[in-house]
Design a protein around this ligand. Structure first.
Ligand code: MN
Length: 250
């Protein structure tokens, strides 16, 4: 079992150390991660400049081999699979902060798993609700990752499907298999002025705390590990017949 571990918080994040060590109990792990934080870069792939792939002992993961890339999480998976593959699994995380609802479309953590799926490799994304940034504890998130990845090793995943795992900050009450919440962040644009008096804008977001039962947000807020299968076939099959009827031959 060869497992590619990546993230979007960067190769020096404590989250990837915890994940790599947890995965090393399940197989042969190779870490390929961005050299600096790449949160919220989504599924971007670097195509207009060259990339470097550097062995990084200072990641502190020895004896697990670790490599850093000056690119996005998706770049890391592409290069990792090309240079160190083949892999049986891609596991991305443990992200500092949840990736709920449509955040998965901007999340670099989830994009690492998306790239794994697009390469035909079963993939899992793991994020931790880090309300206490000063006292990070990856124990439960690492255990949850092991539980989910053991299941994937045993059962596999359908093509085009990844698992998105969000772990609460406190000891979890168990797993809940849930759907994506509609919104997690209420986007806000904050306008300020630079020292020259020229306005600049900061896209900020207020997390939404409440959600109806059955969503990933509800599960995490109620102390459960939220487990959501994500299908990367974005085609809306329901609208296809209507569009065909109305627009094909129009
Ligand atoms: Mn991140």
């Amino acid at each position: 079992m060869r497992i590619l571990v990546t993230n979007d918080d960067g190769i020096f994040s404590p989250g990837i150390k915890a994940l790599a060590r947890a995965m090393a109990e399940l197989g042969e792990v190779i870490v390929v991660a961005p050299d600096i934080e790449q949160s919220a870069v989504g599924h971007g792939i670097t195509i207009r400049r060259p990339l470097r792939f550097k062995h990084t002992a200072s990641a502190g993961l020895e004896p697990i081999p670790a490599y850093r890339v000056d690119g996005t999480p998706a770049d890391c998976v592409v290069l990792g699979a090309h240079l160190k593959g083949p892999f049986d699994l891609v596991v991305s995380g443990i992200n500092l902060g949840v990736n709920l609802g449509l955040d998965i479309t901007s999340s670099g953590t989830v994009a690492g798993a998306m790239e794994g799926v697009s390469l035909g490799i079963p993939s899992v994304a793991v994020s931790l609700d880090t309300v206490h940034m000063e006292e990070l504890d990856f124990t439960y998130a690492a255990q949850a990752a092991q539980t989910v990845v053991r299941w994937v090793i045993e059962h596999g995943l359908p093509e085009k499907v990844l698992l998105n795992v969000n772990v609460p900050a406190e000891r979890p009450r168990g797993f809940r298999v849930v759907g994506l919440v509609d919104r997690y962040y209420q986007d806000q644009v904050v306008e300020r002025e630079d020292p020259a008096g020229v306005p600049y804008y900061w896209i900020a977001g207020e997390p939404i705390e409440e959600s109806k039962a059955g969503t990933d947000l509800w599960a995490v807020r109620n102390g459960y590990v939220a487990l959501t299968p994500i299908n990367l076939d974005f085609t809306d099959s329901e609208l296809v017949p209507t569009l065909k009827k109305d627009l094909e031959g129009a």
